[in-house]
Write a protein that binds this ligand. Structure first.
Ligand SMILES: [Ca+2]
Ligand SMILES: [Ca+2]
Length: 136
């Protein structure tokens, strides 16, 4: 569920270890699949209920300059639903770039539809709460 609040989080990422497997297609950031490995990705979808085009990333993103995986469709102001696959870290979504404007948090391990918000489709940056450069 979306939560608007300030957190003092001692975010504990279960493991920062990154396995290296040579010769196999490794899971990874921005490969079109929303994954929980390597700490967990946050995934952006252009349709509700985490369907449609996907942008999957392990990282905070101060500007939404990218496109959905395998498409030319920009992610800025087009995100309708999100999936936070980090099990224990909030992700905050921001109305404007550089984590500014309205910010709403999404708990680890949850899916969220944003279409009920008047600010729907307005997200332009996001930040994991474990990132020291994030406001929350
Ligand atoms: Ca991925
Ligand atoms: Ca925006």
């Amino acid at each position: 569920m979306a939560v608007l609040r300030r957190l003092s989080v001692a975010a504990v990422t279960a493991s920062l270890a990154v396995g290296v497997f040579s010769g196999t297609a490794s899971a990874g950031s921005y490969n079109g699949v929303c994954e929980s490995s390597n700490g967990g990705e946050v995934c952006l979808y252009d349709a509700s209920n985490t369907t449609g085009r996907v942008y999957d990333t392990l990282y905070s993103k101060p500007t939404y300059s990218g496109t959905y995986y395998g498409t030319n469709v920009g992610i800025d102001n087009t995100v309708n639903s999100t999936w936070n696959r980090d099990p224990d870290t909030y992700v905050y979504f921001w109305q404007f770039a550089n984590y500014s404007g309205l910010g709403l948090g999404q708990a680890g391990g949850t899916k969220e539809n944003w279409g009920d918000l008047s600010e729907a489709n307005s997200w332009s940056s996001h930040c994991f709460s474990s990132n020291s450069t994030c406001p929350y």
